[in-house]
Design a binder for this molecule. Structure first.
Ligand SMILES: Nc1ccn([C@@H]2O[C@H](COP(=O)(O)OP(=O)(O)OP(=O)(O)O)[C@@H](O)[C@H]2O)c(=O)n1
Ligand SMILES: C[C@](O)(CO)[C@H](O)COP(=O)(O)O
Length: 231
């Protein structure tokens, strides 16, 4: 792809899944017959334009090994942003270029489809900045105090961020790295770092089904959707 930059997927997979209440990190919990992260990686592997997949796991994590379809880097950090930033550094040190496009995708979003990833790529490749899958808010948005609604917010300009989030490696690393000293406080996604660096990422419509397994009940939901997709 030369000047236009290659496409690389970076999968942060070093979380503990504290909200999911499972006995092991949620990305390794069995869902529809295989570890959750393997569904994620199978979807990314089916996107022909992605030439390389790097999974970032925790330093002591021996649960995931490299295959012909993905590499593993044991450089996960204490926050998602640190894991991503370390993964970007790893890529730069191992053959990637600053001009390459990186699609950062949560291991925990195992319901992503090749069609969604391709839609993001199609929208972002011609763009100077890059962007993310996201959804307009389907519900009324409340401000809460002590368990009571105290205000209803205008929601027409609010979107729910999903992943993948697609940016060029160099600008993304430059946007994230300055936040390392502060422990990446408030850096919950790549687009947020790009916004603070003065960019306006493209919002590309995602899907309600591209949920992030976060809470205990999400495992059953993900399993039902995966089984539905298989039929
Ligand atoms: N230090 C971390 C924290 C999170 N992640 C990854 O980032 C993705 C999204 O994060 P989240 O859903 O918050 O995962 P956890 O941090 O594992 O969950 P929790 O916040 O409930 O502990 C997951 O694939 C997770 O493995 C990571 O690579 N490194
Ligand atoms: C990146 C993300 O998936 C966008 O919605 C999300 O922010 C990551 O999860 P967290 O719970 O905010 O860590």
């Amino acid at each position: 792809m030369g000047e236009t930059g290659r496409l690389i997927a970076l999968v942060p997979c070093a979380g503990t899944g504290s909200r999911a209440g499972a006995v092991q990190p949620k990305q390794y919990q069995s869902v529809a017959g295989r570890p959750l992260v393997e569904h994620t990686l199978a979807a990314l592997a089916a996107v022909q334009r992605i030439g390389r997949v790097l999974v970032v796991v925790a330093p002591q994590d021996a649960q995931l090994s490299a295959t012909a379809h993905w590499e593993v880097a044991r450089c996960g950090g204490t926050t998602r942003a640190e894991s991503v930033c370390n993964g970007l550094q790893h890529l730069l040190a191992h053959g990637a270029h600053a001009s390459d496009w990186v699609l950062v995708h949560d291991a925990a979003r195992c319901l992503v489809t090749p069609a969604l990833v391709n839609a993001l790529i199609d929208a972002c490749l011609p763009d100077a900045v890059g962007g993310l899958l996201a959804l307009p808010l389907p519900d009324t948005l409340k401000v809460a105090r002590a368990g009571r609604a105290v205000q209803t917010l205008e929601r027409s300009d609010k979107w729910l961020a999903q992943t993948p989030q697609m940016f060029r490696l160099g600008p993304l690393l430059s946007a994230l790295e300055p936040h390392r000293a502060a422990g990446f406080a408030g850096m919950t996604d790549e687009a947020g770092a790009m916004e603070l660096a003065g960019h306006a990422p493209l919002l590309v419509p995602g899907s309600l089904l591209n949920l992030k397994v976060t809470w205990p009940q999400d495992f059953a939901l993900a399993e039902a959707i995966l089984k539905g997709q298989a039929t």
